[in-house]
Design a protein around this ligand. Structure first.
Ligand code: CTP
Length: 403
């Protein structure tokens, strides 16, 4: 969403100004071009040179200084910006925007721009909660400006409460959500399952597999950034659920995943079953820890419900995507699974290849389509692969609409 975008970033006089330096770094990393505009008081907290270095661009601090090139005068900058951030935003700048004041470079440019404006407040809790500030924030929102909620916690002023500037990495994620709202998955609901399931033997032991959940979480995050409503049903992982989920359901066993999927699948347009569901579970879950002494070394297993098979049997309009992790006869096995489970396509991990599979950040897959097409994808990051998978889901959604 930020790639190749021209981002104007207004920095105002808050101690949180130093955090915006990291924000600029992340924006640049995401492919954006960044033009920083600092108010006079922002310059008291951080030197313009710092922003100049991280943004690899000149920093605008003074409306009346001779511009180094004419393009940067305020109206031109207002026109050029795709996105206009004010971060951190003090109570003062929020009040000025609400009142339409244009008495410096930042406020003049803000008043002239037609870009999407996003304001990220940072201030003392009492200033934030003051009815005047709240009225001003409401006025900004009524005028189509997005105002992020500040975080709660310890504030630089020594108070505790709402007013903290969010961590730059969380801001970036929220930006992707806001900017993705009108993306190609707008008004589409995706149900995604992720991670392993865990089948208890006794209170301390369980059967599971190596799934990290990274692929499913990457799919959920990218789908949110493309405007989808995402229901993520996840087994135990070490990952934080992405921001902006429609619903997050945490489960442990295959049986629990089965029940959660059956509860929600009817409202989904697309179901992606990237979870590595355990195929078997112990027949009896012992209520006490099994002792070595006297244990007969046998655990009887039951077959778990095949969730994807059940979805394939019930499938109507939905796009249904499965994953296959194979160690031999990969393509034939995956093709067989795709047909048996009535899928639109299947993403095949050949676990014998280095860089493919469960724990890492990369994957190498083949995508097998129901019409017989086979696509061989190069090794890529799971986040990149998530977008590749979603691109194909999008095409299937378009076909469903046409016919
Ligand atoms: N799957 C599922 N429920 C199960 C087992 C698997 O929904 N009980 C789904 C997985 O989420 C994945 C796909 O089925 O999308 C393929 O999983 P896999 O275990 O490889 O397939 P199986 O049909 O179980 O085949 P096998 O174990 O024989 O390889």
């Amino acid at each position: 969403m930020l790639n190749d975008k021209f981002v104007a970033l207004g920095v105002t006089g808050s101690i949180a100004a130093y955090k915006s330096v990291e924000l600029v770094r992340l924006l640049k990393k995401a492919g954006a071009r960044v033009q920083v505009i600092m108010t006079k008081s922002a310059c008291e907290f951080v030197k313009p040179l710092t922003f100049q270095v991280v943004s690899q661009n000149s920093v605008i601090t003074d409306m009346f200084r001779e511009p180094s090139f004419w393009e940067v005068e305020h109206v031109a900058l207002a026109d050029k910006a795709d996105i206009f951030l004010v971060a951190p935003a003090t109570a003062n700048i929020i009040a000025k925007i609400a009142a339409g004041i244009a008495d410096d470079m930042l406020t003049s440019t803000l008043l002239a721009t037609k870009a999407k404006i996003i304001v990220i407040p940072a201030m003392n809790v009492n200033m934030y909660e003051n009815p005047i500030t709240q009225r001003n924030i409401k006025s900004l929102r009524t005028n189509g400006i997005t105002v992020f909620e500040p975080e709660e916690g310890e504030l630089a002023c020594g108070y505790t409460g709402k007013g903290r500037f969010p961590e730059p990495r969380d801001i970036l994620e929220q930006l992707n959500i806001v900017l993705g709202k009108d993306g190609d998955f707008k008004n589409k609901k995706l149900l995604i399952t992720a991670g392993p399931t865990r089948e208890p033997i006794d209170p301390v032991r369980f059967i599971t597999n190596h799934s990290s959940g990274k692929m499913g979480y990457a799919l959920a995050e990218k789908a949110i950034h493309r405007g989808a409503d995402v229901i993520l049903i996840s087994g135990p992982t070490n990952l934080d659920p992405p921001l902006g989920l429609y619903k997050y359901i945490s489960i442990e066993t295959a049986e629990e995943m089965f029940r959660a999927v059956m509860e929600y699948y009817l409202e989904a347009d697309v179901i992606i079953k990237s979870a590595a569901v355990a195929d078997f579970s112990p027949k009896h879950r012992e209520s006490e820890k099994i002792k070595k002494q006297g244990f007969n070394m046998n655990i009887k297993l039951n077959k778990n419900p095949d969730i994807l098979q059940e979805l394939g049997n019930r499938k109507k309009q939905q796009i249904l995507i499965g994953f296959a992790a194979e160690t031999s006869n990969a393509t034939t096995n995956a093709q067989d699974k795709m047909k048996r489970k009535n899928l639109d396509f299947i993403v095949l991990n050949d676990l014998t290849q280095e860089g493919a599979g469960f724990a890492g950040d990369t994957n190498i897959v083949r995508i097998l389509h129901k019409d017989g097409r086979i696509e061989e994808l190069p090794k890529m990051l799971k986040k990149e692969l998530a977008d590749e998978i979603l691109n194909r889901v999008y095409l299937y959604l378009q076909q469903n609409r046409t016919f």
